[in-house]
Each structure stands twice: as structure tokens, then as C-alpha cells.
Design a binder for this molecule. Structure first.
Ligand SMILES: O=P(O)(O)O[C@H]1O[C@H](CO)[C@@H](O)[C@H]1O
Ligand SMILES: [Mn+2]
Ligand SMILES: [Mn+2]
Length: 416
């Protein structure tokens, strides 16, 4: 028996998705474009970072090789001559959406084969019937926004009017989401959560993946700031995930960050929240030190996506990757023989791309083992579905095979 540590670097795509054209994302490459920008100085920011993208620890696990599998090119500045110390691959998504739940559920062994509902790019994006019913049941005086938007822009535009009128701000994106922003103090956090719970019920028939509470603070357009009290109201996955299978087998699943919310709190008996990648890293190290044989520690590192990908902030994204990379040895130091560490992502969010939405890309699969996979160091090639990751977790932790995907450790010599 052993343990698995599964890290999702939210939005850390590596390009090359074969179906990118269906999403208008041909050429999108989160890692490749960040690396290219850094190589020319476009990733520099005073006081934050400068120079080529420097990710030695992820590269030692095969990041450059994984990117080469995905796009045929080594990202600028990464050393492609390093022989990785484990297994590396590039995985592609078979789910129909490029959203966070689709990516995570597929990683956990359940691809999403149905179509989510989406709100149209019209003004308003939400029907009058829906808005009236939400307003009536939640007893709010109306809504603002009601359009496709970036979450930081929309609070800048409507935040002051929201404070004056008490009308919450409704918006969406190309994801299957209804997001509601409201002021933590003027509107009230609990009131925002209650409003989102009502909205959740009312968008169920529209097949909307998530309603997201987006609380913020500050008093003026230039000082508004979103807080860590975001809460996601997700529909549950359509079939049992590897998390459900593990908990049914009596194992502990420790979900760090958004994991509990993403799985509608199913199959995650031990949920731990933290604000920001570094705090998430600390919480993950603590979880690893507490995990027993047979357990899974599953962390989502959200900053890459939320603070930098959607904000199209190349230096910010590069600095966040470098900060994460610097801390990787702390995880490796906690690994015992038999443990497996898997680094991957749920979709792309190329900060050089048009708009502010996710991008359809392949994702890296970097696998480190303290002992068990040494004999099998090498390329996993292109994995045809993210579900291969979930099946690897299941196989490594001794569960019977599930319905989707296959373990990539099958056939890899294990010496533990
Ligand atoms: O612009 P913000 O509010 O960060 O929204 C982003 O976050 C949502 C959920 O992850 C996505 O659908 C995307 O639109
Ligand atoms: Mn995501
Ligand atoms: Mn996102």
C-alpha cells in the first residue's frame, strides 16, 4: 500500500489539443507562450521577476519533455536535455467543456460526455424570467451586470452602484457558470450565500455547472478587492469518481483548496481551505504529513487561473509558477517509499490569448515516486484522456479498475 498526492495546477496547459479548433483555441499554449514571453523580456516586472522562465524542479520531473510531446517544441528557456527522474506525459481531455469541473471530474475518472448549459453572449445574458424568479425568492431589489464579464472588471464597473442600490452583480463567462458578486459588508456574506443557494436551484433545469458566490470588499471602484470567501455551488459528478470509490473503500481523501466544492462535497470527507497558492502549499504539506497508507491528498492550486490566467497577466503567471517550483522539493522530502506524486492541470488559460476565458489545451502529467517508479522512468506519451490519471490513482491505491481510462503504471516496473 502507498499514498498518492495529486496536484492540479489550475489552468497550466501545455498546448497542442487536437480539438482546439472547436473552441477557437488553435495555437493556445499557456506554458509555451509564458516561456516565450519570458525569453524576450516580456515576462519582466519590476520587483516581481525577470528573465527566462526558471522551473528547474518541474523540469527535473519532465516538464520540457511533456510540452514537447504536446506541441513538438521545447518551451523557450527550459532545458530539454535534462533526463527526467520519473514519468512524464501529456494528457488530452475528452470532456466536452474546458471548464474546471469537467477537467477535475475527468482527472478523477469521470469524463463529462453531456453538454453543459451556457448563457448566451446577449445583453442581458440571463432571461427576464430567471432574474425575476431569483429576485422574488431572494428578496433583492433587482440585479446589475447580467452579462459576460471578467470578475475584476465587473466589480470595478458596478461595485459602487451595487453598494448604493443593494442590487447584486450577475455575470457569466464561456464556462457553464452563473457568478454573483456582492459586497461582504454592505450586502452581507451569508446573504450572498443564501442568494446563491436559491439561484443554484433555479438554474438546475438549465444544466448550469456552477453558481459561484464572489464576495468583495472596498468602498470605491479603484479599491474593490475580491476576498477568499468565494463559494462554488456545483452539481455533483454524473457517476462515482475515484474519490467516491476511495472513501467507500474506507480510505481518507483530503481535498485541499477548491477540491471539495468542485466535487459538490462528494467523496471528500476531509476538506481544507486556504487562501493563495503558498497557503495551499502549506496546507498540502500538512495533509501529506498526516495521510496514512491508502489515502489520497488532492490539491487545487487556483491562483494560476484566477489571479493570472483570466487576468491575462504573463509576469504574474510566470512568478507564480516559479514560486510553486521552488517549493516542490519540500513535497519530495516528505515522500516515503511507495508514495506517488502526480502534477497535472484541468485546462489551459493562456495569458497571451484573446479574451479572458480558458483555452483548450493538453495538460502535463509529471509523476514522481519515492522508489516505486524509478525502474520505469520514461515517457508516458500522449494519454488519450485525463481519466488515465484517476485510474492510475485507483490502481496504485489498490482499487479495482473503473469504467473510464486505464492506469499508466500498468506495465511500468514497480520496485517498492
Ligand atoms: O473572471 P472571474 O470572475 O475570475 O471568472 C472566472 O472564474 C470562473 C470560474 O472558475 C470562470 O468561469 C471564469 O470566468
Ligand atoms: Mn480550473
Ligand atoms: Mn478559471
Amino acid at each position: 500500500m502507498a499514498r498518492v498526492f495529486l496536484f492540479v495546477l489550475d489552468s497550466f496547459g501545455i498546448g497542442g489539443a487536437p480539438d482546439a479548433a472547436e473552441f477557437g483555441d488553435v495555437g493556445a499554449d499557456t506554458l509555451g507562450h509564458i516561456a516565450a514571453a519570458c525569453a524576450t523580456g516580456a515576462g519582466d516586472r519590476d520587483g516581481l521577476r525577470s528573465g527566462p522562465l526558471t522551473l528547474p524542479n518541474m523540469n527535473a520531473l519532465g516538464l520540457a519533455r511533456a510540452a514537447e510531446l504536446a506541441t513538438g517544441k521545447i518551451p523557450a528557456g527550459l532545458d530539454g536535455s535534462v533526463m527526467p527522474d520519473g514519468l512524464w506525459g501529456a494528457a488530452q481531455e475528452i470532456s466536452r467543456g474546458k471548464d474546471t469541473p469537467s477537467g477535475h471530474w475527468e482527472i478523477a475518472g469521470v469524463p463529462v460526455s453531456f453538454d453543459w448549459g451556457y448563457f448566451p453572449q446577449t445583453l442581458p445574458a440571463f432571461s427576464a424570467d430567471l432574474l425575476e424568479e431569483i429576485a422574488r425568492r431572494a428578496e433583492i431589489p433587482g440585479t446589475l451586470g447580467n452579462c459576460h464579464a471578467s470578475g475584476t472588471d465587473i466589480i470595478e464597473r458596478f461595485g459602487e452602484e451595487h453598494i448604493r442600490t443593494g442590487k447584486p452583480i450577475f455575470y457569466t463567462s464561456t464556462d457553464s457558470v452563473l457568478q454573483i458578486a456582492a459586497h461582504e459588508a454592505h450586502f452581507g456574506l451569508e446573504r450572498l450565500y443564501a442568494l446563491c443557494a436559491i439561484a443554484r436551484e433555479l438554474v438546475d433545469p438549465l444544466n448550469i455547472g456552477r453558481v459561484i458566490a464572489r464576495p468583495f470588499i472596498g468602498e470605491t471602484a479603484s479599491t474593490f478587492e475580491r476576498t477568499g470567501n468565494r463559494r462554488d455551488y456545483s452539481v455533483p459528478p454524473p457517476e462515482p469518481t475515484v474519490l467516491d470509490r476511495l472513501t467507500q473503500a474506507g480510505r481518507n481523501v483530503i481535498g485541499v483548496g477548491k477540491i471539495g466544492d468542485i466535487f459538490a462535497h462528494r467523496g471528500v470527507p476531509d476538506m481544507r481551505k486556504a487562501n493563495g497558492n503558498m497557503a495551499l502549499f502549506d496546507a498540502t504539506l500538512e495533509a501529506i504529513s498526516q495521510a496514512r497508507d491508502g489515502d489520497l491528498v488532492f490539491t487545487n492550486f487556483v491562483d494560476f487561473d484566477m489571479l493570472y490566467g483570466h487576468r491575462r497577466d504573463v509576469p504574474g503567471y510566470a512568478a507564480a509558477l516559479e514560486a510553486f517550483d521552488r517549493r516542490l522539493p519540500e513535497v519530495l522530502a516528505l515522500m516515503k517509499p511507495g508514495d506517488l506524486l502526480i502534477l497535472t492541470a484541468d485546462h489551459g488559460c493562456d495569458p497571451t490569448w484573446k479574451g479572458t476565458d480558458h483555452t483548450r489545451e493538453r495538460v502535463p502529467v509529471l509523476v514522481a515516486g519515492a522508489g516505486p517508479i524509478k525502474a520505469g522512468a520514461g515517457s508516458l506519451g500522449i494519454l488519450p484522456t485525463f481519466a488515465d490519471i484517476g485510474e492510475t490513482v485507483a490502481a496504485h491505491l489498490g482499487l479495482p479498475a473503473g469504467k473510464h481510462g486505464t492506469s499508466f503504471l500498468k506495465g511500468v516496473a514497480q520496485d517498492a
